[in-house]
Design a protein around this ligand. Sequence first.
Ligand code: PMP
Length: 443
Amino acid sequence: GGNIKGYAPICVGPEDFYIRRFFRRFEDCFSRPIASKPDAWLDVVEHCSNDSNKTRLNRTARTSKCLNLGSYNYLGFAAADEFCTPQVIQSLKRYSASTCSARVDGGNTKLHVELEEMVARFVGKPAAILFGMGYATNSAIIPALIGKGGLIISDAFNHNSIVNGARGSGASIQVFQHNNPKHLEDVLREQIAAGQPRINRPWKKIIVIVEGIYSMEGELCKLPEIIAVCKKYKVYTYVDEAHSIGAVGKTGRGVCELLGVDPADVDIMMGTFTKSFGSYGGYIAASQEIVRHLKHTCPAHIYATSMSPPGVQQAISAIKVILGEDGSNRGAKKLARIRENSNFFRSELQKMGFEVLGDNDSPVMPIMLYNPAKMPAFSRECLRQSVAVVTVSFPATPLLLSRARICISASHSRQDLIKGLEVISKVGDLVGIKYFPVEHEKT
Ligand code: PMP
């Protein structure tokens, strides 16, 4: 969903009337401000469909409590937490909401240093550096790591923040088929042999960029195979763990832990605090040399205000719970729960005949709708039955590969999930998206 106004094309001519009208109607279907904490259940505020004046929202809004199958709240830290929330309030009182300063000026608190050390320890790299936005971590870091004369080889389904970072870097870009190590090797072999365009000199540097869990597919990266190719050709690896850190692996340490990859074999580990940790911002974890280089040269570190202390504290406290450093076993329980919940929900959806993307253990499970015209009907009918889902289409996916992206949380109870499945099944029949009905064996 979300407000798509930004994508409305600007044109002047007879078609302008129809386009403006279409986008207004489109917004009526999708723009549903969410008013409460992104917990297992949330308050969804619907505005009156004919009310295009959003300033009158309060007078025409209808609020309903819905099962939340849309937020990236994988471990349930986004709502009030008995350990995290008091510490976050304390940090707000002690440091205030903003440092009003860059790290290099006066915006470096003890909390920022503590979180960097903690992230490095958690993901198994020597050092880490924080950024105030997950998106900007990719879009600002990639240009600080590579430039003209360098080559980026990027998975075809990489997130927009990676695409923009790669484009802004000035490096050459080649795309390999999604999650296909064999094709990555073909591209690498060809590019290494060709060298830099026109001057045929060897590439100054080559970085292969992938994601731990692909956000629109829910698919795990074939990391061991990709690392093997990168080692063979001696090129750098960059893994975006926005959706995998905290969410997968026995102790929440992401795809490396889940797939048995040594973190030393990944050169640059990127992640965000916006999903599993219930906070905001992002990090890069890498060698001391790479982190030092970023601290000295990356404009997003030097010129941007540092992360707000309460946001930093939320990430610190959440990681402590995951590590069991809060003195309880809640972290281990949350990790077991997200795995159980995800695998239960995925297998039930598959049994119902939906085309569900993604792998076991992944909390992201897109249900394919294909036709974008099914999106408003699917989300509206789910909402009518008190289930909030996110539907996605162009430009986040190709237009005819529209989908409902379900995100499962450790804070969902089994009862919540059963309710969600019942509603999705009914709506799936109504909208006609059970493309693969399961044949039950006759007894
Ligand atoms: N990388 C990936 C793979 C993402 O899916 C996202 C956003 N969901 C980001 C980076 C940007 O992170 P943030 O929302 O924390 O800015």
